[in-house]
Design a protein around this ligand. Structure first.
Ligand code: ZN
Length: 486
């Protein structure tokens, strides 16, 4: 298939509609127009102390088209379903990620990074807006990004940056783009996998303005790797399960299929080993693609901030769960975050951070001012060896309720070693365990419980939650099912 490109010049409010129309894959919901003078809503740009300086916008937010060759470029690589505990740089025993491991030796490696969501659209909304999903407006697949939310490429464009997203043409990006998570990019390029590196290379060389290039890789996603390098066969039971979870669900969910496979895995360790090998092969494929993209901009290393992260992880049978949609557990929320930047020495950062922190961090690194009222905080001090104040992470997910097309909100506050879950009003305190994931705490401390619950409530305040799911077209549902969604 030939590559194709969407040019998306300055139409942020209805950007998702443009994508939907071109892809023809989703029932679009019309977004409200951006108000001329929005109230102090989350994600609006704050006052810019550099007003009037060359290459920077004024407080009124007018874009500058003046190229500033001193501004660093930004390469942002997101990898879907990329578990940090299956990455060499994070201690995994298999050689799954030679390219990322080599990059990590020259990078800040965040060891305590978490996603704020369990599916791609909501996670990317958090990444690009600095807002938790409930504040960005995207909790569920198909929901639109709030029209008054400012995204990373929109802010960077005000500093003279150009931007492009590079998406594997085989990826189902329709629902995610429909949610507006890519809003603000000058263009999206849907390119065959083998041509992504060359496409990035051509685009960055196009002119002298500083740039933001975003590459989204899905090779670690279901149905995982095709086999090599970590296995040469797919066990029949694993193949059957992979086919079943990519087919239409029965009675509103894949729970029965997953329960049966979890039982089979418990009875036969060979199945679990086979599933892990297939997943690791997918991780290896994703890493190879990371290597291709890093190579594509290798001659610009001295002037380019490079970031590799995951939107979320994936469950591989832990506690009987698989995949990531509706699965709220450490294997899904824990993510890698690796930053290689000019002037930043290699460092391991143990602090607890999350995807909403990435946007303000990158903006500080380029000398830009983040939008006011965002949930994230800059991690730039940690990149330079400083300590960060302790700040818990809030993750949000919507959980299906069968065929009724209704959902409930599930929230998790992560403040290691504590893991506080609020599921439809039921609050549970668990403890993170390095070996077993989650365990019951040794004792119940009422004061700690109250403190954590208050932190969760404060972080979640103002979240928009709708109990009825957005209606998706059958075509989009089928595309999502092939990738293991419902
Ligand atoms: Zn994803």
């Amino acid at each position: 298939m030939l590559p194709y490109r969407l040019r998306l010049k300055r139409i942020p409010p209805n950007f998702h509609l443009a994508i939907v129309l071109l892809l023809g894959s989703c029932d679009a919901q019309k977004a409200d127009p951006v108000p001329a003078s929005p109230p102090a809503a989350p994600g609006r740009p704050g006052p810019d102390p550099r007003a009037g300086s060359p290459g920077a916008p004024g407080a009124a937010g007018k874009r500058s088209f003046v190229a500033d060759s001193k501004l660093p470029n930004l390469l942002l690589i997101t990898v879907c379903s990329f578990r940090s505990d299956h990455i060499g740089a994070y201690g995994y025993s298999r050689a799954t990620t030679p390219n990322l491991d080599a990059m990590a030796l020259e990078s800040a490696v965040f060891e305590g990074a978490w996603s704020n969501a369990t599916h791609t659209g909501a996670s990317h909304a958090a990444l690009f807006s600095g807002l938790i999903p409930g504040h960005a407006g995207i909790l569920d697949i198909g929901e639109p990004l709030r029209p008054d939310v400012m995204t990373l490429p929109e802010v960077m464009s005000r500093y003279g940056y150009r931007s492009s997203g590079f998406i594997d043409v085989e990826s189902n990006f329709g629902a995610e783009a429909a949610g507006g998570m890519a809003r603000g990019f000058d263009e999206l390029q849907f390119v065959p996998l083998a041509q992504v590196g060359r496409a990035v290379q051509r685009w960055v060389a196009r002119d002298r303005r500083p740039w933001l290039a975003w590459v989204h890789i899905r090779l670690a996603h279901l149905p995982y790797g095709a086999g090599p390098p970590f296995t040469t066969k797919i066990e029949p039971e694993v193949a059957s399960w992979l086919a079943a979870v990519r087919a239409p669900m029965i009675d509103g969910s894949h729970d029965g299929v997953n329960d049966a496979f979890a039982g089979a895995m418990a009875a036969n360790p060979v199945l679990r080993e086979n599933l892990l090998a297939l997943y690791d092969s997918g991780v290896h494929d994703a890493d190879a693609q990371i290597g291709v993209v890093l190579d594509a901009v290798a001659d610009r290393r001295a002037t380019t901030i490079q970031v590799v992260l995951a939107d979320h992880g994936d469950a591989l049978g832990e506690r009987g769960h698989f995949g990531h949609q509706d699965v709220v557990q450490p294997e899904v929320l824990r993510v890698p975050l690796v930053v290689r930047a000019p002037g930043i020495a290699p460092i391991r950062v143990p602090d607890t951070v999350s995807l909403v922190d990435v946007m303000p961090t990158l903006l500080e690194l380029i000398g830009a001012v983040p939008p006011a009222g965002i949930d994230g905080r800059s991690l730039a001090a940690a990149l330079r060896g400083g300590a960060l104040p302790v700040k818990p992470v809030l993750a949000q997910a919507v959980i299906r309720a069968g065929k009724a097309n209704t959902v409930r909100l599930l929230e998790v506050l992560v403040r290691p070693p504590w893991w506080l879950t609020v599921d439809d009003g039921d609050t549970t305190l668990l403890q993170l365990d390095p070996a077993r994931g989650l365990v019951a705490p040794p004792s119940t401390d009422a004061a700690l419980f109250s403190e954590l619950e208050a932190a969760r409530a404060a972080a979640s305040a103002g979240s928009e939650f709708r109990e009825v799911r957005p209606k998706l077209s059958m075509e989009l549902k089928k595309a999502l099912q092939k990738q293991g969604y419902w």
